[in-house]
Design a protein around this ligand. Structure first.
Ligand code: F0G
Length: 456
């Protein structure tokens, strides 16, 4: 137990080939993609750190579950195994299965959003914000000030600013149908929320009579950070911490593509009977019958098993330490990254890396392109490209300009990550020569997925 090397707590059972390409091939591919990494063919990518969503490896027991999947239209045993697994951690009265997280968001915000409504969150992720705004409601981010300072070492930079939440609810509680807390805070660096902060948020919500929901995508990683960093919670079983988080909330939206350890899936869970009925009616319109939602029986099985595996301490120790391994190596090389290192990703601080590029020239986009050209690494801008376009069509700098290196779960080995470190070091070493970008074509919402760019 005293050895330093973090080993992957699994061995490889089935392999997928990676295709090596040359710098010249990648330059051609990214130019054809309009310098948008989402537009690449994944066979042209060597190490794919675009997202940790649905890109992880499933376990032997999850694949066994896929075989056991029962595809009965209604009341399948796979549904009951899924339900039991979800409610073991999140004992909400109603569980509504969806094909992924955003479908749960779409259903919930269709039911409770609308013009004049305001939804506070520590930080909305892109699809969450888009689903709120699509109903005409306003999405407000209320993360603590430290959460917007990439260099702050605060242990829970995902925490909600409880005073600002209280002020908002004092002024407008009747316009706020729900308060959301995202665990971990993806857009803000994969930073956790403490149990103490969740309790304080709950207290404010109770005082104003507003329900609290979790955007729980990375709940297990968040619970591990609580165990590691919140002195009163040290050494507890992660399952119990997750149950404590759930007990503080009235409901949740979930993408099983993250801490469900599955390739697809999600759910909406809640206690309110009337709201659950309204949501189930929408589910039947857009997703499917309430015992499968948007999923096949085999997907429900993979999630049911994934939820058992994700709270395993050996897995979480490896997961969080191996993300930190990448982040700490970059810090040691002087590459500016968001600190402390988050759970599912390492975030390069593009404003610190490219101080010569103004926010409206997207300082996150050109290093993301450079990492691809140099080493075939696909990352994701999380900054002004993703969040800079307001619903009224004007543009303003996002709170942060980051490049996210998201780590798929149980997928890459330490030597893959050592290669990533080398490529990052090389690109960071010539950051002063990287130029900004211009958008030449983009849709009005969620532009980062399809925009085309040109180097300036
Ligand atoms: N909430 C958060 C915090 C997320 O990170 C995501 C997805 C969603 C909701 C939506 O879930 O993809 O299943 O519809 N995040 C992915 C990412 C896409 O790359 O971070 P979904």
């Amino acid at each position: 137990m005293e050895f330093r090397t973090i080993i992957e707590p699994f061995r490889i059972h089935s392999v997928e080939p990676l295709r090596l390409t040359t710098v010249a091939e990648r330059e051609t591919a990214i130019r054809a993609a309009g310098y948008n990494l989402f537009a690449l063919r994944s066979v042209d990518v060597l190490i794919d750190l675009l997202t940790d969503s649905g890109t992880g490896a499933m376990s032997r027991d999850q694949w066994a579950g896929v075989q056991r999947g029962d595809e009965s239209y209604a009341g399948s045993p796979s549904w009951f195994r899924f339900l039991e697994s979800v409610q073991d951690l999140f004992p909400f009265r109603h569980v509504i299965p969806t094909h992924q997280g955003r479908a749960a968001e779409k259903i919930l915000f269709t039911a409770i959003g609308g013009p004049g409504r305001v939804i506070p969150n520590n930080t909305h992720f892109d699809t969450t914000r888009a689903n709120v705004e699509f109903t005409g409601a306003e999405a407000v981010d209320l993360v603590i000030a430290e959460g917007l300072d990439p260099a702050s070492e605060h242990p829970f930079k995902g925490n909600m600013d409880v005073q600002r939440l209280d002020a908002l609810l004092t002024a407008r509680a009747r316009d706020v149908p729900v308060v959301f807390v995202t665990v971990t805070n993806n857009s803000g660096g994969g930073q956790p929320v403490s149990l103490a902060n969740l309790r304080a948020v709950r207290e404010v919500c109770d005082r104003h009579g507003v329900p609290l929901f979790l955007d729980a995508c990375r709940f297990a990683e968040n619970a591990w950070f609580i165990r590691e960093r919140e002195p009163e919670q040290a050494g507890r079983d992660v399952r119990d911490i997750v149950r404590d988080m759930a007990a503080l909330a009235d409901g949740m939206t979930m993408s099983a593509k993250k801490d469900g350890l599955a390739n697809i899936g999600g759910w909406l869970a809640l206690d309110d009977d009337a709201l659950a009925e309204a949501c189930r009616n929408l589910l039947i319109l857009t997703e499917g019958f309430p015992t499968y939602g948007g999923l096949a029986g085999r997907d429900l099985e993979a999630i049911a098993q994934g939820l058992r595996e994700v709270v395993d301490h050996d897995y979480l120790h490896y997961r969080i330490r191996s993300t930190a391994y990448l982040g700490e190596a970059l810090l040691a090389d002087g590459v500016p990254v968001v600190r402390p290192i988050g759970g599912h990703a390492v975030y390069l601080d593009a404003r610190a890396l490219l101080p010569h590029v103004p926010a409206l020239q997207y300082p996150g986009q050109s290093p993301a392109v450079a990492l691809y050209e140099a080493g075939g690494i696909r990352s994701c801008e999380i900054g002004t490209v993703m969040f800079g376009l307001r619903p009224d069509g004007t543009e303003q700098p996002a709170a942060l300009d980051l490049v996210r290196l998201a780590i798929p779960r149980r997928t890459y080995t330490q030597s893959h990550i050592d290669y990533v470190i080398e490529v990052c070091r090389e690109v960071a070493g010539r950051a002063a020569t990287l130029r900004g970008m211009r958008i030449v074509e983009a849709p009005r919402a969620l532009r980062h997925f399809t925009a085309r760019f040109e180097p300036l």
